[in-house]
Design a protein around this ligand. Structure first.
Ligand SMILES: C[S@@+](CC[C@H](N)C(=O)[O-])C[C@H]1O[C@@H](n2cnc3c(N)ncnc32)[C@H](O)[C@@H]1O
Length: 206
């Protein structure tokens, strides 16, 4: 396994966790967790039966015994889990998945869009952001977050840019916003200037 992204998702899992890999697709994260004995148990699920068939093929190829469910999020999973990994989806799908009575108290999440809305909504739902990493892979930054039940007041900068404290990530966002400045209408330009003002504060922080 040479995906830094998958290794980082796995590094947020603890030995005592009973993990459900939601939207497992190929099943690589589940296999990595199982093979390396990184948690107490692993289940896998995906809304797509063809994705799950591929995961099941990989489970036999790598000789791992992982129960797999066709399920919209947690809905059809009837075995015990206390930790969910939800990665590689957009924020609206992730929030839809979390809006379920089976939502566990520990979440490892990586969304590919609208991270502000994701952090704000999870924080409002009574989760605290414990840890975050910004991982560069295949020409993209991936924000990987660990959330646990609890109260926490996140600042505007933390809601917008997370808590990874990765200067490279903040610099990347700053430069991207700067490039966009020339191409967008006035109001959007004001917003980008404000975002870059906050990012500058993070970049210059010791
Ligand atoms: C891009 S793949 C990500 C695979 C893996 N989690 C990763 O991060 O490498 C997204 C997967 O999420 C699945 N998915 C999308 N919506 C879902 C839902 N509501 N419940 C479960 N799985 C879902 C898709 O079928 C697809 O296999």
């Amino acid at each position: 396994m040479n995906s830094e992204r998958i290794k980082t998702l796995a590094s947020f899992v603890s030995l005592e966790d009973n993990v459900l890999d939601v939207g497992c697709d190929h099943g690589y994260l589940s296999i990595y967790l199982y093979k390396n004995h990184l948690c107490a148990s692993v289940l896998a699920s995906d809304i797509s039966s063809s994705a799950l068939d591929m995961a099941k093929k990989n489970f036999s190829k790598y000789q791992v015994s992982i129960k797999a469910y066709v399920s919209d999020g947690f809905e059809s999973v009837d075995a015990y889990f206390d930790t969910a990994v939800i990665a590689g989806m957009g924020t609206s799908t992730i929030l839809h998945i979390l809006d379920n009575h089976k939502c566990p108290n520990k979440l490892i999440i990586s969304s590919h869009n609208d991270l502000f809305k994701l952090r704000k909504t999870l924080n409002k739902k009574g989760f605290k952001l414990v840890k975050e990493a910004s991982i560069w892979e295949n020409g993209h930054y991936y924000s990987i977050m660990l959330w646990e039940k609890g109260r926490q007041k996140l600042t505007k900068s933390e809601l917008l840019f997370g808590i990874s404290k990765s200067r490279d990530y903040y610099l990347y966002l700053f430069k991207k916003n700067k490039e966009l400045l020339e191409k967008v209408p006035f109001l959007k330009r004001l917003k980008l200037r404000y975002l870059n003002y906050l990012l500058k504060g993070l970049i210059e922080k010791k």
